[in-house]
Design a binder for this molecule. Structure first.
Ligand code: PEP
Length: 248
């Protein structure tokens, strides 16, 4: 079994000092999460200092987004190669905020997934349904389409080398966490779609995870960790969440 993974998405929060402090604190306490891989996703402008602060620790660092293109006249964009060059290991692709606010289609997300792997990064593919889709019983359909766009482009074997984060949009930043049973049902469905190649693929849950609800989520057999937004900005809360994955 691959190591479970707990990821912290800092989104567009903090400043240079708070980013370095948070990374340093986690790095100093990395003995707390032996048995679980911990990855933090600071804003792009703070990646370099966070990578320095986390160097020589067990904390990995990733970017919240990247370009689907390798290089060229794409003002404002950052390539996977650039991220790899400064020491990033991971990148989030298709976070629901990117899909909803920056109009990233399934196709663009798939291209980013492919570019990330080509440029030596492990992509975390975020999938999940909106509240309306959830209420209309379309969860499996939406998630299936989001995953199919990636498998159509790179194949199931490559998808399985990445990480999949199931993040129901209605649970992100709302305090409305999916129940462990709800999340497990979707994770089981995703794993069955991956077939035998997906037996060891990490499928993590995101959406209002905190130190109070993480234990029950992580106890589910197909939940291999968490993608944590708000609660990852508080060092001790995030450490507690990671430890719950160790125990789970
Ligand atoms: C996220 O940003 O991916 C997320 C799950 O946020 P939160 O934990 O705040 O819901």
């Amino acid at each position: 079994m691959t190591k479970p993974l707990v990821a912290g998405n800092w989104k567009m929060h903090g400043n240079a000092n708070t980013a370095a402090e948070l990374a340093t604190h986690l790095a100093l306490h990395d003995s707390a999460f032996v048995g679980v891989e911990v990855v933090i996703f600071p804003p792009a402008v703070h990646l370099d200092r966070v990578i320095t602060a986390a160097a020589s620790s067990m904390v990995s660092v990733g970017a919240q987004n990247m370009s689907q293109w390798a290089s060229g006249a794409y003002t404002g964009e950052v390539s996977g190669e650039m991220l790899n060059d400064i020491g990033c290991d991971y990148v989030l692709v298709g976070h629901s905020e990117r899909r909803a606010l920056f109009a990233e289609s399934n196709q663009v997300v798939a291209e980013k997934f492919k570019a990330a792997q080509q440029q030596g990064l492990t992509p975390i593919l975020c999938v999940g349904e909106s509240l309306q889709q959830h209420q209309q019983g379309q969860t499996v359909k939406v998630v299936t389409e989001q995953i199919a766009a990636v498998t159509d482009l790179v194949g199931t074997k490559s998808l399985c080398k990445g990480v999949i984060a199931y993040e129901p949009v209605w649970a992100i930043g709302t305090g409305e966490v999916a129940s462990p049973e709800q999340a497990q049902a979707v994770h089981t469905e995703i794993r069955s779609q991956l077939g035998s190649q997906g037996a060891n693929t990490r499928i993590i849950y995101g959406g209002s995870v905190n130190a109070t609800n993480a234990g029950a989520l992580f106890a589910q057999p197909d939940i291999d960790g968490g993608l944590v937004g708000g609660a990852s900005l508080e060092a001790n809360e995030f450490l507690k969440i990671a430890q719950l994955m160790v125990q789970g």
